[in-house]
Design a protein around this ligand. Structure first.
Ligand code: SAH
Length: 382
């Protein structure tokens, strides 16, 4: 696999190197485009909906299971429209099998990771939208290797479909289940891959059989704060939740922690977020990794409280997860508590995010898609 080399500190990469495109897949296309694709292959366009039902509703891509299709057509359809996009390389589990991190190889050797997290009343899939990331946040493992390439819509959707299939078949601890939430919080900056991410959101939320039928409200798109793309997303008028990775309330510190802040300042990002909340009526999530003695001072909590109070907002504080080579560590418990108290004093809703997946490097900021094997794992159950 060729990857871009690590970027210089603060350097931003918005477009990856040109690479071959992944094979076209049903999940890249809206229903009309699926029919057109079949027609151009000399296949009957109405088969598109049958195939969509197999893929999105029955969660199968196995031609043998598609008994409502003539045997010869099945193979042709699957070959043309459901090429293999993700190959499992390694699967790590923790929390008694209710957290599963999977490392995937894409068609060109690029590596990405997704994480399935089962809770008592929901299952969240955390998906990658790019192989690597060009945003270069120094505390995030993904940012350290640079951007390899954008993922296609179908590569993004496949992570969810495979998770849904594994759950439906009862292969995740806790018995058969369904994916209820999708968060674009895996590798990559989703808003730097806008078209594919938006297309993936449509596939995830279009009702069956055209899509997976998840509610728009159960989808969260997380961004470092690409203001023009936030505005564009607002104009789509989707009920998708927007999460903003703030990490500092002041430009001086944020310029270093989230280098894209040198383009779009805290005030601009927050203004775009408030406009998004105004249009969608959805509460904005603010992500804030608490880094010991870097961004966890009470005065910063106070400044943040002033910026956020009275807004439709919820703050997720994330105790910094360890990443290789990072000199930073999580805040002291007393500083974390003080930070929460100050925000609460301003009337800002705040929770401290659990560190799900930390022991398998599957928590926030730990996805690095390192190919070297960890402990020997049983073959993935796919
Ligand atoms: N690029 C998008 C999507 C990734 S979401 C974004 O940044 O929003 C991953 C979240 O985990 C982001 O809020 C990110 O800032 C945060 N994060 C990154 N590294 C982390 C770390 N080491 N500990 C805790 N959170 C981290």
């Amino acid at each position: 696999m060729t990857t871009t080399s690590a970027q210089a500190p603060g350097q931003l990469v918005f477009t990856g190197p040109r690479r071959a495109k992944p094979p076209r897949h049903l999940a890249d296309l809206d229903p009309a485009a699926r029919r057109a694709a079949l027609a151009s292959l000399g296949l009957q366009p109405f088969r598109a909906q049958q195939l969509s039902r197999h893929y999105f509703t029955k969660l199968t891509d196995d031609p043998a299971a598609m008994t409502d299709l003539p045997a010869r057509t099945r193979t042709e359809l699957v070959t043309a429209m459901l090429p293999t996009l993700l190959t499992p390389v390694r699967e790590l589990t923790c929390d008694n099998g209710t957290t599963v991190k999977t490392l995937w190889r894409l068609f060109d050797g690029a590596l990405v990771e997704s994480v399935l997290m089962r809770y008592p009343n929901r299952v969240t899939m955390c998906v990658s939208s790019q192989a690597g990331c060009g945003m270069n946040c120094p505390f995030c493992a993904t940012g350290q290797a640079g951007l390899t390439r954008n993922m296609s819509a179908a590569e993004i959707v496949e992570q969810v479909v495979i998770g849904a299939r594994t759950l439906a078949r009862g292969q995740i601890a806790g018995g058969p289940g369904r994916v209820s939430n999708v968060v674009f919080m895996g590798m990559g900056e989703p808003l730097a891959n806008y078209t594919a991410v938006l297309s993936a959101v449509r596939r995830l939320t279009d009702p069956s059989p055209d899509g997976l039928g998840l509610s728009q409200r159960s989808i969260t798109v997380s961004t470092v704060g690409l203001v023009p793309a936030i505005n564009k997303l607002a104009a789509e008028r989707l009920n998708v939740t927007l999460a903003v990775s703030l990490h500092a309330p002041d430009d001086e510190l944020r310029d270093t922690l989230v280098p894209v802040n040198t383009r779009w300042k805290v005030a601009e990002v927050l203004n775009a977020a408030w406009a998004y909340a105004g249009i969608t009526k959805r509460r904005i999530s603010i992500e804030y990794a608490l880094i010991r003695d870097i961004n966890d001072q009470a005065w910063r909590a106070d400044l943040m409280g002033r910026l956020l109070r009275g807004r439709l907002v919820h703050v997720n504080l994330i105790p910094l997860n360890p990443t290789p080579g990072s000199k930073w560590t999580a805040s002291r418990v007393e500083d974390e508590r003080a930070f929460v108290r100050v925000l609460e004093k301003h009337g800002v809703a705040v929770t401290v995010r659990d560190t799900r997946g930390r022991e398998i490097d599957g928590a926030c900021g730990q996805l690095a898609a390192a190919p070297e094997p960890g402990p020997v794992e049983p073959a993935p159950a796919f």
